[in-house]
Ligand binder design. Structure first.
Ligand code: ADP
Length: 493
């Protein structure tokens, strides 16, 4: 029988995207559906999404005015629906004037501060998900929740909805896309959730150093927990990478798994990419060189095509290793290289790199802000892609880079360790350059190795081609998710 899956996410590409979670939520359900699963997706109906309702053909789903209790308040929601693009997969949107009719997904884009009612919004959404399935008469075999935004759902299934006719046989999966974001809120949040104080006691599933931790709740109550790469699944069970939840994760290690994310090659492949002016493929790489011109021009750098161009894209957060890059910049800029950076986030990093750009106007150019099409162009036009992450649950950009013939330089952690093979360590199969120690020197040495190989044009081409041949398509990963779903169903009995 085909599995019925209800896939819950706070972001889904192309409707709303902050990071990799959106890419996964937009692609995995489609891949599951192609394999025969009956999957529906649900997310909040943010103001930004409503503005694009017409483009996405979002329509009312004829479910209106469903009351939800959050603390002492009752708020209604309406359900809207559409299809994930290029598929028959239904996606539902929870509309609430009070909680979602505003700009921004997690924080106010004006002030860059988290929404003060964030816990309420997430609780409202979780409860709306429970009611939506009832209203839609959708009885899922699997409720697949993602990250802390939706990870309190497994607790409701185990506590308040244990005997509910829709939910009593549903198994829950929690995918952790990033353990660093846990959803930590004050103890009063227990009242908002509608669960009494008796559930809140030291070291219990709801308590985390005096506060409530949504991710911990999910880890405790979900029937299976997985992360987005096998290496990260192991790493998060150690104090170094565990973000204070390693003990909890170790205590449930029998239900912790790792499945690498796939790539949506209908969006991220240089032979079909709608965001790049010149398409190319393994058979003819000339478009890549032309894209290098496009990128250099757009970033207002001299069009010197034989000088290696290093690209970097990402949230400007401590996680991504921008501090290492800042430290090596003076040395790096002495070399015959150019660098383009696209990123937004921590204002400290934004300023740091904007200042650096002024120092090296012919070599370094920085775009601060979120710009989807520009990300595609950089992937196409750069020669190398830098991802020196402190930790990396999966990482998508290194996989995109491989497909675009842009040789990744990565730190050996999480999904980066699982997807890039070092050229010097394994000359016949190497696809990029990998370093272990989180230090400026290790990064610089590794870039130097890459630059040496770049100067051997024939050999470099072989590295590019090997990378472009790598296949991280969703089909492989979706099959692993189906296996996981079957396993949890069996475990649940
Ligand atoms: P994370 O989920 O930790 O942010 P990933 O590498 O898994 O990192 O995914 C990041 C996604 O967001 C990629 O699709 C990347 O291209 C995109 N992205 C990140 N920052 C920007 C930006 N400033 N502009 C455009 N796209 C960005």
């Amino acid at each position: 029988m085909n599995e019925k899956i209800f896939f819950v996410s706070a972001e889904v590409y192309p409707f709303a995207k902050v990071g990799g979670l959106a890419d996964v939520a937009g692609a995995l359900p489609k891949a599951l559906s192609i394999l025969g699963a009956d999957v529906s997706v649900i997310m909040p109906y943010y103001g930004d999404v409503q503005e694009k309702a017409r483009d996405f053909q979002i329509k009312p789903a004829e479910i209106r005015g469903v009351p939800i209790v959050v603390g002492d308040n009752v708020e209604n929601f309406d359900l809207y629906s559409a299809k994930l693009p290029d598929s028959q997969v239904p996606i539902y949107f929870v509309k609430s004037e009070k909680y979602f009719d505003r700009k921004g997904i997690y924080f106010d884009p004006e002030t860059k501060k988290d929404f003060p009612d964030q816990a309420e919004r997430l609780i409202f959404f979780a409860k709306a998900v429970l009611e939506s399935a009832s209203a839609l008469k959708f009885k899922p075999d699997i409720l697949h929740t993602n990250d802390h935004h939706t990870s309190i759902l497994p607790a409701y299934l185990k506590i308040t909805h244990r005997h509910h006719p829709i939910w009593r046989n549903t198994a829950t999966v929690l995918t952790i896309h990033n353990l660093a974001y846990q959803g930590i809120f004050p103890p009063e949040t227990m009242d908002l959730m509608g669960l009494g104080e008796e559930f809140f006691y030291p070291e219990g599933p709801f308590e985390f150093y005096g506060n409530v931790n949504f991710l911990k709740i999910g880890i405790f109550f979900a029937d299976a927990v997985n992360t987005v790469s096998p290496t990260y699944a192991t790493e998060i069970q150690t104090p170094e990478y565990g973000n204070k939840l390693d003990g909890v994760l170790r205590s449930v290690s029998h239900k912790v798994f790792g499945i690498i994310n796939g790539v949506d090659y209908s969006v991220w492949d240089p032979s079909v990419d709608e965001n790049i002016e010149y398409k190319y493929s393994i058979d003819d790489l000339s478009g890549k060189r032309m894209m290098k011109s496009v990128v250099l021009r757009q970033f207002e750098l001299p069009e010197e095509l034989d000088i290696p161009l290093i690209g970097m894209i990402g949230r400007m957060a401590d996680q991504k290793g921008f501090d290492l890059v800042a430290e090596i910049l003076p040395e790096l800029m002495k070399k015959d290289v150019k660098m383009v950076i696209l990123g937004s986030g921590d204002p400290r990093y934004e300023k740091m790199f904007k200042d650096a750009q002024k120092k090296y106007p012919k070599k370094l150019s920085v775009y601060t802000g979120f710009n989807g099409p520009l990300a595609h162009k950089i992937e196409a036009g750069a020669d190398m892609f830098l991802m020196p992450s402190r930790f990396e649950p999966c990482g998508l950009n290194q996989m995109y880079s491989l497909r675009y013939g842009t040789v990744p330089i990565v730190r050996k952690t999480g999904g980066l360790a699982d997807t890039v093979i070092d050229v010097d360590e394994k000359p016949n199969v190497g696809t990029g350059f990998v370093f272990s120690e989180y230090s400026p020197q290790a990064l610089l040495d590794t870039i130097n190795r890459a630059l040496m190989h770049f100067s051997e044009r024939k050999e470099w081409r072989k590295i590019i081609i090997r990378g472009m041949k790598q296949d991280f398509s969703w089909e492989v990963s979706a099959k692993k998710y189906l296996e996981l779903y079957r396993k949890v169903k069996e475990m649940k009995g």
